[in-house]
Design a protein around this ligand. Structure first.
Ligand code: SF4
Length: 500
């Protein structure tokens, strides 16, 4: 089956976000100087990015422009750029470069045909310089691009040049400038030439894996993914949904971890049936005020530790945050405050939001964080049916949306939008005006993850068919060592449960 190239490249972009940018792109961003991009590109052939970066820095220190390069003897160039691959040949080409550029008025030319007349500049380098330095349409086909496009069976070619020509005919032009950087970063980090990390690659379910031998991890069967299935659901009263068959619904979810919000129950009101559902251990953080707020977890993976609240009495008395620590991630269950009618709690909510973000970033220093729950905000216009009429209403104010912007800018990824950019995808509907039947709703329930863990997300969905509350559940599938640890025999007594 043919792959969906738009979706594949969007997934790759999410995966490599924050990973090392190829050095030539980096030099372009830092200097916007075609001369430096050209020189760095010549140096980068058959050389590791770190080596290219260091060699470029040493050379540009002494020869930041064409005139100063012209004054440098070839031996000195060779000394400065060592140990890049083929440093003597590259030094010779760089020594010839000032003279060669004179026929272009001392400027780096923009066309492929002109660029390939320069010493040391082949087609790949020319394409790279044209895209990176001049932002002009060209497709640079690095070995990673050639290799990965064939693994995906998007092209069937045996040389980079044939790949370039095939991509020119087939790849939508909007991808031409970015495809090289994306696939180089992806090819260096995940889809590596030797032992690609297919076990954690989000493209695995649809990737043709043509000619691929994935890496092997001792003791782990790589054909089977260790995927943790998580559900988050604002139940709007656990006792109400219990009467509608919550225990059966939990079994139907067949999830490893279920996070609930707005449980509206006190510890002493919890019945045995609610606390001890077979196969699961439950944890509860209840509000001091009766019948208000509250969050809970049901988990069949033993956590390493459990944390109650944010460690701040202003917020913790409302039972809004509960964290499970697993072997290789944290899962934070959050019921964000509602700004309320006339926005009387907006300031409180924004303080909570900032405290929560600080808490998540603190945890992130140790391992990736998954945040789920009712965020009580629709981030973008696409996330609610009637954006225009709700700009001054709780859940869609500029202040709440700006916080969500800052949350995303801090590196957290809204996982649902990794997979779906469609409108009309909601998780909450008012009980009034038959809103759910008409799908007049808001998407305010999320699974977000640290950017560094976006490549571990397998799916993110909205379970809009599940009834019982004014919210529907949302689901996440996430590759987790935590599941693996338990299945590989770590005894539950070894887990420590603490609280803050
Ligand atoms: S599944 Fe494997 S072969 Fe396919 S893109 Fe991912 S890492 Fe590469």
């Amino acid at each position: 089956m043919a792959i969906d190239i738009d979706r594949f490249l969007a997934t790759v972009a999410a995966v490599v976000n924050g990973k090392q940018v190829p050095v030539v792109d980096l030099i372009a961003v830092q200097t916007e100087d075609p001369f430096k991009v050209l020189v760095a590109t010549i140096l980068s052939a058959r050389t590791k990015d770190e080596t290219t970066a260091a060699a470029s820095a040493r050379l540009f220190e002494v020869a930041p422009d064409l005139e100063s390069l012209a004054r440098l003897p070839e031996t000195e160039i060779a000394r400065l750029i060592y140990p890049v691959g083929f440093s003597k040949t590259k030094a010779k080409h760089l020594a010839m470069l000032p003279e060669a550029l004179r026929s272009f008025g001392g400027k780096v030319p923009e066309t492929i045909e002109e660029l390939i007349t320069l010493p040391g500049v082949g087609r790949k380098t020319a394409n790279l310089v044209r895209t990176v330095a001049f932002r002009k349409p060209a497709i640079c086909v690095d070995t990673h691009v050639h290799r990965i496009m064939n693994i995906w069976e998007y092209v069937r070619t045996d040389t980079p040049l044939k790949t370039e020509m095939a991509l020119r005919a087939k790849l939508p032009e909007k991808h031409w400038l970015s495809v090289n950087s994306l696939l180089v970063a992806f090819g260096q980090s995940i889809c590596r030439p030797v032992g690609p990390k297919c076990d954690i690659c989000p493209l695995l379910p649809e990737c043709p894996q043509k000619g691929v031998r994935p890496r092997k991890i001792p003791g782990v069967k790589m054909t089977k993914e260790h995927v943790m299935k998580c559900i988050s659901w604002n139940v709007n009263g656990i006792r109400a949904v219990a009467k509608k068959g919550f225990a059966d619904q939990l079994r139907t979810f067949d999830a490893d971890v279920v996070a609930l919000q707005e449980t509206k129950i006190q510890e002493d009101q919890l019945t045995d049936e609610l606390k001890n559902i077979p196969g699961y251990t439950s944890y509860w953080h209840c509000a001091e005020r009766k019948g208000y707020s509250g969050v809970a977890f049901y988990t069949r993976i033993p956590p390493v530790a459990v944390r109650y609240g944010l460690g701040d009495p202003e917020f913790d008395c409302e039972g809004r945050v509960l964290t499970l620590e697993f072997a290789d991630c944290y899962l934070i269950n959050i019921y964000f405050p509602n700004s309320a009618e006339k926005l009387v709690r907006l300031a409180h909510k924004l303080r909570f939001n900032d405290r929560l973000l600080g808490y998540a970033r603190e945890l992130e220093l140790k391992k990736p964080v998954i945040l789920c729950g009712d965020f009580n905000v629709a981030h973008k216009e696409i996330d609610l049916k009637n954006p225009k009429t709700n700009v001054k209403n709780a859940g869609f104010t500029p202040e709440e949306r700006a916080w969500m912007d800052s949350f995303v800018a801090a590196g957290f990824v809204d996982t649902f939008r990794l997979f779906c950019e469609d409108p009309d995808q909601y998780t909450w509907w008012s009980y009034r005006f038959n809103a759910r039947a008409k799908n007049v709703g808001w998407r305010i329930d999320y699974f977000c993850v640290s950017g560094s863990a976006a490549d571990r997300v397998r799916s993110a969905t909205i379970l809009c068919e599940v009834m019982g509350s004014d919210h529907c559940p949302v689901a996440l599938e996430f590759v987790s060592e935590g599941v693996k640890s338990e299945k590989s025999g770590v005894r539950s007594e070894e887990f420590l449960v603490d609280s803050i």
